[in-house]
Design a protein around this ligand. Structure first.
Ligand SMILES: [Zn+2]
Length: 461
């Protein structure tokens, strides 16, 4: 049994502060290496680079092949009786295009005004590199990690993590842990740090209606064959009403109401609704108008009509009767809806109201939520406060979608999101950047998470 008693965090923080230049140089070396999952550039090289780097730090590391790009998995499990934490991150990056919009080239990391500019610096290399450096610093200062750690770095997050559910159903035992910590995305726009407990899911599909076998003259042929655009308009009108309610049978059946604690956490978010309206140039929010923005994003499913296409929408007029029409839709799902169940309900709805309309599935991710009263929530909050000097905002679920359900639903582990990047990190865009001080604060936060977990919780066998 390894035991450290009270860890002197300030001593480790000083150790980190004394190595800022070295850490930055090493991050720059990592960022110089493209690893673009969209077309495979540099993926294998960076997986090998990480394998060597993690082995040098003292993790048992291997590259795990998948049917797509490989995952890099490391672990150090020398603390019997202590919790095991899994860090999840991704080493692939978005394509850097448009190149001409970058002030400095995407794979030539450059510091300007206290920010490091490079593709992948925030999303996600700088953030998981902070976890690795935290482990290195802890090993240097304490001789051993304070709890058991595993780390999983995948190479396909930016293309939707297609292999994650497949690989985790088969090899999930290799990454099993007491909790998962993900550092990706930005802190709150106010600059406050965030501890997030979940994400919404997403289901994308297309509705395709057909009329005549070609476009026709609306005078010579109007109202002779059915107009597929009208078919879609009528069908879509049966799916959502003017009060903003989605009217697909059973759509809300599984939606879990917010707990008191979640409601309280959402009310604490420093969000200026008047400023949002000004920024978006709108007078009102969509129906139901009285619903708060945080509650909309965390607790309610949506049906978004992404596009409705057919016939002619160019300049001037064209009296055409279209032969085909398409509607693209996405549904954001909340706990405890499932993409499979909701897609079946959409199919049944289309069969009932417009049986000739074809429905084409285009991908899905289930929602994920960890309870705010999880036994690990307290230590996570404490760790963030210790490293950052302020209590984090608690976000029950992010509006967007990430494959966290793989951990919560397939493997049954609680998942916590602790983003390290600035709100204007420009991920997926030109001039992606990370405020340099946030990188160092991230290393300290990872240190605090590992030590606080070790002190705060004894796990049962
Ligand atoms: Zn991304």
């Amino acid at each position: 049994m390894t035991s450290f008693g009270e860890v002197d965090l300030q001593r480790i923080f000083s150790y980190i502060d004394a190595r800022q230049d070295e850490y930055l140089t090493r991050l720059v070396d990592y960022l110089r290496r493209p690893s673009i999952s969209a077309y495979g550039e540099g993926i294998g090289e960076v997986a090998t680079y990480l394998e060597q780097l993690m082995t040098r730090i003292g993790l048992q590391t291997r590259v795990m092949p998948t049917a797509g790009w490989p995952m890099v998995v490391g672990e150090r499990l020398n603390c019997p009786g202590k919790p095991t934490l899994l860090f999840y991150g991704h080493y692939d990056v978005q394509p850097p295009d448009p190149l001409e919009a970058w002030i400095s080239p995407p794979f030539e990391p450059t510091i300007r005004d206290g920010r490091l500019y490079a593709r992948g610096v925030g999303d996600n290399k700088g953030q998981h590199f902070a976890h690795l450096l935290a482990m290195e610093a802890l090993l240097a200062c304490l001789g051993e990690l304070p709890c058991n750690v595993k780390i999983l770095l995948e190479g396909e997050e930016e293309i939707g993590s297609p292999q994650m559910p497949v690989v985790m159903r088969e090899h999930g035992h290799e990454v099993m842990a007491d909790l998962v910590v993900i550092s990706d995305g930005p802190v709150d726009v106010s600059g406050r740090s965030v501890l997030s407990f979940g994400v919404r899911g997403v289901l994308s599909f297309e509705l395709r209606a057909r009329g005549a076998n070609r476009d026709l003259h609306s005078g010579n042929w109007g109202e002779v064959p059915q107009n597929p655009l009208w078919t879609l308009v009528h069908l879509l009108a049966t799916m959502k009403n003017e009060r903003g309610e989605i009217t697909i049978d059973g759509f809300y059946d599984r939606v879990l109401p917010l707990t008191e604690e979640e409601r309280h956490a959402l009310a604490q978010l420093p969000l200026d609704e008047a400023a949002i309206k000004r920024d978006l140039g709108i007078q009102h929010f969509a129906q139901p108008r009285e619903r708060s923005v945080p509650e909309r994003l965390a607790a309610w499913p949506t049906l978004t009509l992404n596009g409705l296409h057919g016939g002619y929408a160019g300049p001037g007029s064209k009296t055409v009767l279209p032969g085909e029409a398409v509607a693209k839709c996405d549904i954001r799902l909340v706990e405890a809806q499932s993409a499979e169940d909701i897609f079946a309900r959409v199919q049944a709805h289309v069969r009932e109201y417009a049986p000739d309309v074809e429905i084409i599935y285009q991908g899905a991710m289930d929602p994920s939520k960890t309870p705010l009263d999880s036994p690990y929530a307290g230590p996570m909050r404490r760790a963030i406060s210790l490293a950052q000097g302020q209590d984090p905002l608690l976000v029950p679920a992010l509006g967007g979608s990430l494959p966290q359900y793989v951990f919560t639903k397939i493997l049954g582990m609680p998942v916590f999101g602790v983003p390290y990047a600035n709100a204007d990190e420009a991920n997926h865009a030109p001039n992606e950047n990370l405020e340099v001080w946030r990188f160092f604060q991230g290393i300290k936060t990872s240190v605090a998470i590992l030590t606080t977990l070790a002190e705060g919780i004894e796990v049962r066998d």
